[in-house]
Ligand binder design. Structure first.
Ligand code: SF4
Length: 613
């Protein structure tokens, strides 16, 4: 054992066959693991033009070389496929415990192909891989599904599954393990389209590493550092909910579908307010931070509601974005999304979008099945969330995502759909931090906050309102994120306490690959992954024209947002030029032949050279 198991499980759901394959050592060295390896396999195996919801799409779950070891916060799993909401490459990083136990079972990853004839789940145990009838769990929510599988296969069963939203092909369905989600880009929808309800594993550790003495000492060092780290303690105590008040003050917290930046009564949904109803912590396998905040509503109409969250993004999507400061309703909506198995960000955005259309008279109660979508009316908004997850009535349309829903509604609705490449923009106002604007616009998976956030601007080292001079930073941060997602480490720095240097030492001790001792080598891997993702999209016709933001961000001065009031993303074209230049892409946003050669992607040149202008 060298950090990797070196084995990949390939399952064809159409013919119900599975096989175990070796992962070539050179691939591990070139793509590291997790997101990187998964993107390599997907690119190589998927033809351009494949229907994301058809049997030819593939769904990959891939661990990294540190996963399932004694190091902290490095046991998450990358989920990669072609996205049904964007048509681009999709990646989502899921927490929970499924990934570690998949690795204990002997696999770095799983590739799912084809489509099961009827609802199916996969069970992996010491006797092999079994494809079983999902009759007993199809239709159950994600909590019930995991409970049922534990009843059927024993309490130690670890699962990743979808909920009713995935079964019904809501385009932003998630996969979930325990209470931790792979939340964005519709990875759960692809699983549903394959008629696959869950993968359950029964296995046990531990997993060997190359230099166990050295690894043990490095992991101990990491744990000692984390034990007293004030930032780690803050994450344990509050999760990411501590961001809400600060970001609202800075004008970063979007309100009413990005119409403004001030939320009246925001203190009602502050970290302190959520902390009052906290009942425990929860987290991913091998993490002492356990950022998940278990909260139970104690009074009011939502008394009894429980969720492991919401995190900052969900406080925004189910709160600020709806002009909703009813804390209990946010917990209830968060729980509902998790149980139905859908992305809180896209679902909350879809509801916020509908509220703005309702406010403007573009839709009325006749369209909304009688729901009153006045801002802040959380009761009816929750009803709408349920309708989306079950694809009933008006929820059927919103389950398509805001881009498709707006196209269907017409009457100018497109102007109020806040998405990039079809994926709803999360909780960060691009006009208040221009680097976010560039990051969202250029992200190869659509608008996602986990695609190289503008750390320099958030830390105040770079002027967040400046219209230029951000291309290099965003390119560098996207490369760094690609490495993190390939390790696969938690992206919350306080939870890992790792620096590029300490991480490199762990990687070498785990794998014995000395190449990983050089942070520049890892950066090259990150650049390769980013470029391969872009090439995947280029083959499907994506280019500079798709690297953009909603017109609202480009032309409408931000309102009522404290110091960010009046800001607009004025020079997106300049920022794009800087970004493409930093990465060696053509002015159309296409990787050049020269760049592909430099970073070891010569084999991609033929695929995309016709697109370079
Ligand atoms: S900090 Fe949170 S998201 Fe990160 S590994 Fe720990 S529990 Fe998972």
């Amino acid at each position: 054992m060298r950090g990797y198991t070196g084995k990949l499980l390939r399952i064809n759901l159409s013919n119900r066959r599975s096989q175990v394959e070796d992962i070539p050592e050179q691939l591990m060295k070139d793509f590291l693991g997790g997101r990187g390896l998964a993107v390599k396999y997907l690119y190589s195996e998927l033809k351009p033009g494949v229907d994301a919801l058809g049997p030819d799409n593939k769904l990959l779950f891939m661990m990294g070389p540190l996963g399932a070891t004694t190091a902290m916060s490095v046991s998450r799993i990358a989920v990669v496929t072609k996205s049904p909401i964007t048509g681009c490459i999709a990646k989502s990083i899921a927490g929970g415990n499924f990934g570690a136990f998949l690795k204990f079972a002997g696999f770095d990853g799983v590739i799912l192909e084809g489509k099961a004839e009827k609802p199916t789940y996969i069970h992996i145990d010491g006797d092999g891989v079994h494809m079983l009838d999902a009759d007993e769990i199809w239709g159950l929510d994600t909590e019930e599904t995991q409970m049922k599988l534990r009843q059927m296969h024993g309490n130690s069963t670890k699962t990743i599954c979808i909920g009713p939203a995935g079964e019904k092909l809501v385009r932003y369905a998630i996969v979930i393990s325990e209470l931790r989600c792979g939340g964005r880009t519709g990875v759960g929808t692809v699983m549903g389209a394959k008629n696959l309800k869950a993968i359950a594993v029964n296995s046990s550790g531990p997993l060997g590493v190359y230099d166990s003495q050295q690894f043990k000492s490095l992991a101990r060092e990491q744990i000692e550092g984390l034990r007293t780290s004030p930032r780690r303690i803050q994450m344990t105590d509050f999760g990411t909910s501590y961001l809400t008040l600060g970001f609202e003050k800075m004008g970063i917290f979007p309100v009413k579908n990005f119409q403004e930046g001030h939320l009246e009564g925001v203190e009602k949904i502050s970290d302190e307010a959520f902390a009052k109803i906290k009942v425990g912590n929860n987290g991913c396998y091998g993490c002492m931070t356990k950022c998940g905040q278990e909260r139970r509503v104690t009074e009011g109409p939502y008394a009894g509601a429980f969720s492991e969250g919401p995190d900052y993004e969900s406080i925004w999507s189910l709160g600020g974005n709806w002009a909703n400061t009813n804390l209990g309703s946010i917990i209830a909506a968060d729980s509902l999304c998790d149980k139905l198995g859908m992305d809180t960000i896209s679902a909350g955005s879809a509801v916020g979008f509908a509220c703005e259309l309702f406010e403007r008279g573009i839709i009325t109660k006749k369209d909304t099945d009688g729901l009153d979508l006045t801002w802040g009316n959380h009761g009816d908004m929750l009803k709408l969330v349920e309708k989306i997850g079950r694809r009933e009535g008006f929820g059927e349309l919103l389950g398509e995502g805001t881009k498709r829903a707006a196209e269907h509604i017409g009457k100018g609705a497109e102007a109020y759909a806040m998405h990039v490449k079809g994926l709803e923009i999360p909780a960060y106002e691009p006009r208040a931090v221009k680097g976010y604007g560039l990051m969202f616009a250029t992200s190869n998976i659509g608008a996602n906050h986990m695609y190289g956030r503008p750390r320099e601007e958030l830390a105040g080292k770079v002027d967040r309102f400046a219209d230029e001079g951000k291309g290099k930073d965003i390119a560098r941060n996207q490369i760094a994120q690609a490495v993190e997602d390939s390790v696969v480490q938690c992206s919350f720095t306080p939870a890992t306490g790792l620096t590029p240097e300490s991480r490199a030492k762990l990687l070498v001790a785990a794998t014995g690959f000395n190449e990983f001792s050089d942070p520049a080598y890892l950066d090259l891997i990150g650049e390769r992954i980013l470029c391969l993702e872009r090439s995947f999209n280029v083959r499907d016709g994506f280019s500079r024209k798709d690297d953009t933001l909603p017109a609202r961000m480009l032309t409408e001065p931000l309102k009522n947002a404290g110091p960010a009031t009046g800001q607009v993303v004025r020079k997106l074209d300049t920022l794009l030029d800087e970004y493409y230049d930093a990465l060696g892409y053509s002015p159309q946003g296409i990787p050049t032949t020269e760049k592909l050669g430099q970073i070891g992607l010569d084999w991609v040149i033929e695929d995309i050279k016709g697109f370079v202008k």
